[in-house]
Design a protein around this ligand. Structure first.
Ligand code: PLP
Length: 418
């Protein structure tokens, strides 16, 4: 198995691998909020596939539907051909997601990643408005392809592009300047013909910046942003790739603010089972695509369409999951606040089931995550300097599992910080 003392991962797999360095074991099976490694050791999952596993690992309801579909020789690969699986998904989106929320969106199936959805959203915004400029926010994360990187904040990630990332202007996210800024700079720059800012096609925003350090935009700030955009004919893109599908409570994270983005991107948990899938949703009048103008070989991951539909039917026919997410999130926030009180300068923030413990000293977080792993808990860092320990368990996690995970985290913090 090993070459000169190296595992095949070290010998063969590129240096680009990341998470396996934080969690140095070989995982084998998983169910619900638990992963098991090849030696039978169990790990509680407070990471949930970076938000791709909101309904847990191998969710039995989704698994049965997937097995039935595969056994019945349902279409697996379908480009953008019409299929029964896609029809049923579109009908379910209309009836269970858009209808009850009075949302009128056209649905685009881009390639099956968040970055591809973001690329499509940016292209569409530029095409429809005929403008080039996009406004993004400090600490934003939108994916690793060139367009998505151009609207991403991190200098380290941007540097990987190797070419200039142009036609984008960053604006301060809510709280970036340390006080409620009420979008003063953006408003002024847009309205002053001498500000040097070209009129943008769109603004792209996350309601909670997941990778950027669990920065939570206030509901009022989001409302002001939406009004500012609509009053000036600037399209508002909400990137709900990570915070959508119930992560913050409601199905769309922007529902809390009562806003209606012109364009929405979804991926990560939309496929339900951890299968690759992405959607771009937009107002019907923006649907100015020519046939095939944005395409991709794996737009038609029909197995994901099946698990996506069953997840919507099962979890989004009533308000139970949303309510449970808010209650569980409040439970975590309460416990974290007690824990934070024992560490000088530590802070708690989050919304719904994305919660974070922010440290003054960024060198502590990596050690805390390592100590948590040693105790059987998967948590990851986030933020510009990795200064935040981010808790993102599956939404289907039980209270007992939450309490267990928080005990492990508390023990890890004690071991590192006290
Ligand atoms: C993960 C993520 C993306 C990129 O998704 P990929 O599937 O990794 O390309 C884009 N936007 C946000 C907000 C994300 O969290």
């Amino acid at each position: 198995m090993t070459v000169a003392g190296m595992t095949v991962f070290e010998a063969l797999e590129s240096n680009v691998r990341g998470y396996c360095r934080s969690w140095p074991t070989v995982f084998d099976t998983a169910s619900g909020a638990w992963l098991r490694d090849e030696h039978g050791r169990e790990y509680l999952d407070f990471f949930a596939g970076a938000g791709a596993l909101n309904y847990g690992h191998n969710n039995p309801i989704l698994k049965q539907a997937l097995l039935d579909y595969i056994t019945g020789d349902g279409i697996t690969h379908g480009l953008d051909m019409s299929t029964v699986a896609k029809r049923r998904l579109l009908e379910t989106l209309r009836d269970r997601v858009f209808g009850p929320r009075c949302l009128d969106y056209k649905v685009q199936f881009p390639g099956p990643t968040g970055a591809n959805a973001v690329e499509a959203a940016l292209k569409l915004a530029r095409k429809v408005t005929g403008r080039q400029q996009i406004l993004n926010f400090t600490n934003a994360f939108h994916g690793m392809s060139l367009g998505a990187l151009s609207v991403t904040g991190s200098a380290a990630k941007r540097a990987g592009a190797g070419v200039p990332l142009a036609h984008v202007t960053p604006m301060p996210y809510d709280g970036y300047l340390g006080e409620p800024d009420e979008l003063r700079w953006m408003r002024r720059a847009l309205d002053d013909p001498s500000s040097g800012l070209d009129k943008p096609a769109a603004v792209i925003v996350e309601t909670v910046q997941g990778e950027g350090g669990v920065n939570v935009a206030r509901v009022d700030w989001l409302r002001q942003l939406a009004e500012l955009c609509s009053a000036r004919g600037i399209l508002l893109i909400v990137d709900d790739v990570q915070m959508g599908c119930g992560r913050t409570g409601p199905f769309f994270s922007f529902e809390t603010a009562g806003i209606r983005p012109d364009i929405v991107t979804l991926s990560k948990s939309i496929g339900g089972y951890g299968l690759p899938m992405a959607l771009v949703l937009f107002a019907p009048e923006l649907d100015q695509w020519a046939p095939g103008e944005h395409n991709g070989t794996f737009r038609g991951n029909n197995a994901a369409f099946v698990t996506a539909r069953i997840a919507l039917e099962h979890y989004w026919s009533d308000a139970a999951l949303e309510q449970a997410t808010l209650v569980k999130g409040a439970r975590i926030a309460r416990e974290l606040t007690e824990l934070a009180a024992t560490v000088p300068g530590a802070q708690v923030r989050g919304r719904g089931l994305v919660q974070a413990l922010a440290f003054d000293d960024p060198s502590l977080t990596g050690k805390v995550c390592q100590a948590a792993f040693d105790r059987g808990l998967l948590v990851e860092t986030s933020g510009a300097t990795g200064q935040v320990v981010k808790l993102m368990p599956p939404l289907t996690i039980t209270d007992a599992e939450i309490d267990h995970g928080l005990e492990l985290l508390t023990a890890a913090v004690r071991a590192v910080c006290h």
